[in-house]
Design a protein around this ligand. Structure first.
Ligand SMILES: Cc1cc2nc3c(=O)[nH]c(=O)nc-3n(C[C@H](O)[C@H](O)[C@H](O)COP(=O)(O)O)c2cc1C
Length: 350
């Protein structure tokens, strides 16, 4: 077990975020979103040991590697953390089985929509289930399947993204479902002020990815972090889809040669599809395979030209590498100040 000094919320924020704290079983309902190659056992457990909440990325890890990563995180922290499963990954069902056997406290279904039976399997193991909801009808369906909480992720986020911005999802999903279930908001958040205001809007907590990439303890390559520090928001662009014959989930990343390579790959796959040299499933697998390899090249090997630099638009708000504890303290301080200002505006001393 690693010993670190956990952070605490101010009494005002503790009240505002009671629901998220209780649901996650932590002091600070700020989640570090799962990031393939980046959210490994050390970062995840540190996040939780600091009193916040980490999320292990399953990606498409070989099952035995994933199992030892889960075990390692459990050895490094006695506090709750989640694992994030990609429902379209070939190893997904094996990952789910591993988490159920490990009695993980929280399971996040990502990638696509999980089946009802999969949500039920997760819940039978004792885990609380979080599902992504990109519109109200998916939100209703996930709640009907038994999801215990929802995550809204706006298209400002880094990595694989949906079509709709955080601002619209807040109105479309948060305002409608926040009374029923805890909702965690992701995408475009890097300043604590935003977290405070999300709490006022009814969010149970927030999930950040991009900001935590530049944590000192994050294993991402120093060159990868350096690019994040220098980048502007508008440089974090989303990939286009060239044809409905090859539907691809958009990826938001900093523009570099990897983005051009992805464009060329799509065109090549389309040609192969047209000639009947591969089917759509094979083409989509090739797309996902590209991103996993390319992100490894960027985030792990530090090839910031040819490797993918998945990052959200909040990258423009990220200014320096800081210890994770300092980032959390800053987020809490800014969240508290924002809520205090809102109270003053309402003439409520709080
Ligand atoms: C480098 C990178 C890799 C990511 N990988 C994953 C992943 O494997 N699974 C997932 O559900 N989300 C993934 N995400 C999304 C994050 O978990 C998080 O929801 C997102 O970063 C939040 O938006 P932000 O980047 O604006 O903070 C990734 C994001 C980044 C920046």
């Amino acid at each position: 077990m690693t010993t670190v000094q956990p952070v605490t919320l101010t009494p005002r924020l503790a009240r505002l975020f009671t629901r998220g704290r209780e649901f996650l079983g932590v002091e600070v309902p700020i989640m570090c979103g799962a990031m393939t190659w980046i959210s490994e056992a050390n970062l995840v457990s540190l996040m939780s040991n600091l009193g916040a909440f980490g999320s292990l990325a399953a990606g498409n890890m070989p099952p035995d590697e994933f199992e030892s990563e889960v075990r390692k995180a459990q050895e490094l922290t006695a506090r709750p953390f989640a694992a994030n499963l990609i429902t379209i990954a070939p190893n997904y069902l094996a990952h789910l089985e591993i988490l159920c056997a490990a009695k993980l406290s929280h399971i996040v279904f990502a990638g696509s929509i999980p089946r009802r039976t999969e949500v039920e399997t997760a819940k039978r193991s004792g885990a609380k289930v979080l599902c992504f909801a990109s519109n109200p009808s998916i939100a209703s369906r996930m709640l009907e399947y038994g999801a215990d909480a929802l995550i809204l992720e706006g298209s400002e986020a880094g990595g694989h993204i949906g079509h709709v911005s955080t601002a619209v999802l807040l109105q479309d999903v948060l305002f409608q479902f926040a009374d029923q279930v805890p909702i965690f908001v992701a995408g475009g958040i890097a300043h604590g002020g935003m977290i405070g205001h999300l709490g006022l809007m009814g969010a149970a907590g927030a999930q950040l990815g991009t900001r935590f990439v530049v944590a000192e303890e994050c294993k991402a390559h120093p060159r990868f972090k350096d690019v994040f520090i220098k980048a502007r928001s508008r440089e974090a662009i989303a990939t286009p889809q060239y044809s409905s014959k090859l539907p691809v989930v958009a990826v938001r990343a900093l523009n570099n040669a990897a983005m051009d390579a992805f464009g060329a790959l799509q065109l090549d796959l389309l040609r192969k599809l047209e000639r009947g040299e591969m089917n759509r499933q094979e083409a989509q697998y090739a797309v996902e395979h590209f991103w996993v390899g390319s992100l490894r090249e960027g985030a792990v090997e530090g090839n910031v030209e040819r490797g993918s630099l998945m990052a959200g638009q909040s990258v423009g708000l990220v200014r320096k590498v800081q210890p994770l504890r300092e980032i959390l303290l800053e987020l809490i301080q800014d969240a508290d100040a924002a809520v205090a200002r809102a109270q003053q505006r309402l003439g409520d001393g709080g």
